[in-house]
Design a binder for this molecule. Structure first.
Ligand code: NAD
Length: 369
């Protein structure tokens, strides 16, 4: 514990797949600016902390938990429940920027079954964090929204028209998760209009990569499929289950492109919501085949009933390219290979030796979008 009661963590080990030539930030110009990353124990927040540290920022991370898979790179890490106003005031003290990533969230299985909890928890987190940042004189605030804000009626076909930012209205998100994101987007906009508070709003489209949740019920499609295929490979039982007919479509964006895009948006003068994702759409069946090819096996896919989310979704990146002068660089194949190999290692480390070779494997928490 440090003098002010916060918990400091040791420096993490660098890992090669987390930094690539295309996404490595340039050092300098930050002058040790003090920033807060909320949700720093989670998938994107953890990667973002390291990205900002590499740029020279002083970073405070806050979360309900420490990062699961490696030590944080943050200068200071506080365990705080951001549903509470007093904790939000504490978290936002003495920083110039807030990167707000804390959320109660997960894959389709979780989002479609916990509406009250998600809306309640995330509304409290975001309303309190935004106001505390304003009260504490923070100069810039980034809110992480989601493609889940887009209306269900525009996503009924597998060959969906890519979603432009303006398509969010008239509003009809499928789940409470998306409604909460939409309300906080508006709150950020009103804070800027009414208080002159500088806010940035990003709408992520399916971010994936190593060191994200890969089991337990909150994992998303790339991680869930990687886990199932790794288990299939390691047990020799080449059958996996997949929710729905697998023809539902999505685009997937690798984590290093996500942190680069986030940084560019925060530094830009663009104050309206902006998509951040890839615009290459694949079916979930195709995604499974791609991962199986990386694993070096073929799998039989058994389609079973389960939540699937909207039928089709893709990002229109026209504004992204205009505003950021950039677009995601890392191919789906490359991102999946890095992710799969990391998950296969996790599975190998946790599979009980006796389970390997058994015909049937119980796989908890199947999270397929
Ligand atoms: P994640 O679940 O890995 O990280 C979120 C973190 O928030 C978790 O570590 C969790 O412990 C923390 N948190 C939850 N409740 C909290 C509380 N009361 N107080 C403090 N911390 C709390 O999710 P992620 O994928 O890293 O997502 C980060 C942000 O991006 C979230 O706002 C999410 O809604 C948004 N987003 C992510 C995706 C994606 O594909 N990963 C897509 C759309 C939007």
């Amino acid at each position: 514990m440090s003098e002010d009661g916060s918990v400091r963590d040791r420096q993490p080990q660098r890992s090669p797949e987390s930094m690539t030539a295309t996404t490595r930030p340039e050092r300098g110009a930050t002058g040790g600016t003090r920033v807060l990353v909320t949700g720093a124990g989670g998938f994107i927040g953890h990667h973002l902390v390291r990205y900002l540290k590499d740029l020279g920022y002083w970073v405070r991370g806050v979360d309900l938990k420490y990062p699961e898979f490696e030590a944080t790179a943050a200068d200071e890490f506080e365990i705080l429940d951001l549903r509470r106003w007093d904790n939000c005031l504490r978290a936002t003290r003495g920083v110039q920027e807030v990167w707000a990533l804390a959320a109660d969230m997960g894959g389709m299985g979780f989002i479609s079954a916990h509406h009250a909890e998600i809306l309640h928890n995330n509304a409290l987190i975001n309303i309190h964090t935004l106001e505390a940042a304003r009260v504490n004189g923070v100069s810039r605030y980034l809110f992480t929204s989601s493609a889940c804000v887009y209306p269900e009626f525009k996503q009924t076909q597998t060959d969906v028209v890519p979603l432009k930012e303006e398509d969010a209205y008239p509003a009809q998100p499928q789940d409470a998760y998306g409604w909460e994101k939409l309300v906080i987007e508006r709150l950020c906009t009103h804070y800027r209009e009414d208080y002159g508070f500088e806010t940035r709003i990003v709408r992520f489209h399916n971010i994936f990569g190593p060191r994200g949740t890969w089991r337990g019920g909150r994992e998303k499609a790339p991680a869930a499929l990687s886990r199932k295929i790794a288990i299939a490979k390691l047990t020799g039982e080449h059958v996996i289950e997949l929710w729905g007919d697998g023809e539902q479509t999505r685009s997937f964006c690798y984590i290093d492109d996500c942190t680069t895009g986030l940084y560019r948006l925060m530094r830009s003068d663009h104050r309206e919501p902006l998509n951040l994702g890839q615009d290459r759409m694949v079916t979930i069946n195709e995604l499974a085949d791609m991962i199986a090819a990386i694993a070096g096996i073929t799998v039989e896919i058994r389609h079973v009933p389960g939540p699937q989310g909207v039928r089709g979704r893709n990002s229109d990146n026209t504004q992204l390219r205009q505003v950021l002068g950039w677009e995601p660089q890392i191919s789906l194949e490359e991102g999946l290979a890095r992710t799969y190999h990391w998950i296969e290692q996790q599975v190998q480390d946790t599979l009980e030796p006796a389970a390997v070779g058994l015909a049937t494997v119980t796989v908890p928490g199947v999270g397929v979008i």
